[in-house]
Design a protein around this ligand. Structure first.
Ligand SMILES: [Zn+2]
Length: 71
């Protein structure tokens, strides 16, 4: 079994604010609002969720080598 880390530190690209968030294992988070500057973050192109673009740890499906946005 693969260890999946659920805590990821998101860094806001606008103001640099860092916040540790807990990811859910079964869905991707596409939008995230920075609590400091209130900018709504969206994934960069090619990334599936905000954690892959701005987090310290990629989202759980990516950690498990799964394609996370297939339903
Ligand atoms: Zn911010």
């Amino acid at each position: 079994m693969t260890e999946v880390i659920l805590q990821s530190i998101l860094t806001c690209p606008k103001c640099g604010h860092k916040k540790e968030e807990t990811m859910s294992t079964d869905s991707c988070q596409f939008f995230y609002q920075c609590e400091s500057c209130h900018k709504v973050l969206k994934p960069k192109s090619g990334d599936c969720c905000v954690y892959c673009s701005y987090g310290s740890i990629k989202c759980p499906p990516i950690q498990k080598n799964q394609d996370c946005c297939k339903h």
